[in-house]
Design a protein. Structure first.
Lengths: 199, 99
């Protein structure tokens, strides 16, 4: 991320008047911003809409960007985070966000039954993540999807590296709790759904 | 996938997250259309403001330069006319014989 920062800064200086420079910035960052928004919204339609808004807002405020040692991508992530938060507020009636089934890659398997089971469990995990608070979802996406370090995540979320490390451990614990709870509920439902044994 | 019996190990959960949370690409059509839409947005926010300020300042300087030039020409003309008048023989009307 830091390697790109120098070039990004040169492009940012030109981008206020030069659309090609902004286009280059767009090409560099659109995939990761889209991916982030996709995992936060759970569907491609809203991910496309919000990604477009992120870059339109970035273009409108590119002259406001000040180099304070924070990479351009962190600035974009903050815009994306704010827009996603507004989106969730607007969609507050929706309690959980279901991800499109074709969204993520499935694990390679020669056995379709096993593959279906893996897909189901993956969906359960994604549903459990969507029930976490927004900052914890953001942390998991940045760490696992974008593969960012704690320091880089800290720059985006405006927290220290230590605070991110601590939040990460708390997030894993709460996610584990969510998954275990969901598994217990499934087990209880399947027990209740069993046909009564004949004497 | 889980393979846990009652308690899910945190390290195992991290491994599962690494496998499940993979980057999702936008469609090429969407990415291309958005780029062309961004490219067609007219001007940056600050570029027209700077352009207007620059044009106003330039216009002001041109007006000042023009007025200064006209004043200098007028003053030079006036001075030249004064010198010409000085060199011309003065034609004094006679006061009259009877005085």
């Amino acid at each position: 991320m830091s390697g790109e920062t120098v070039d990004d800064l040169q492009l940012i200086r030109r981008a206020a008047t030069d659309r090609d420079a902004f286009g280059e910035l767009y090409e560099r960052h659109v995939r990761r911003i889209y991916s982030y928004i996709y995992y936060r919204t759970g569907n491609h339609h809203d991910a496309e809409d919000l990604t477009a808004r992120v870059f339109q807002r970035a273009l409108g405020h590119i002259a406001d960007f000040q180099d304070q040692g924070v990479p351009f991508s962190a600035w974009l992530y903050r815009i994306a985070h704010n827009l996603v938060a507004n989106w969730h507020r607007d969609e507050s009636r929706r309690k959980t966000v279901a991800l499109d089934p074709d969204a993520t890659t499935s694990l390679p398997s020669d056995h379709p039954e096993e593959e279906a089971l893996v897909a189901e469990e993956r969906d359960d995990l994604l549903a459990a993540i969507s029930r976490l608070p927004a900052d914890r979802q953001q942390l998991l996406i940045l760490k696992f999807v974008e593969r960012l370090s704690n320091a880089e995540v800290g720059q985006i979320m405006g927290r220290s590296e230590g605070a991110i490390k601590s939040l990460f451990h708390r997030t894993l614990r709460s996610l584990r709790g969510e998954v275990e709870q969901a598994a217990r509920e499934v087990a209880t439902e399947s027990d209740q759904g069993k046909p009564p044994s004949t004497p | 996938l889980w393979g846990w019996e009652g308690v899910l190990d945190t390290r195992r959960l991290e491994g599962i997250l690494q496998r499940v949370l993979v980057p999702v690409e936008p469609s090429a059509r969407f990415a291309r259309r958005l780029r062309s839409r961004l490219a067609s947005v007219p001007g940056g926010r600050w570029a027209p403001a700077w352009l207007i300020v620059g044009l106003v300042v330039l216009g002001f300087l041109l007006v000042v330069a023009l007025v200064t030039f006209i004043l200098r020409v007028l003053l030079a003309g006036n001075a030249l006319w004064a010198k010409v008048r000085q060199r011309l023989p003065r034609h004094r009307p006679s006061l009259g014989a009877g005085s």
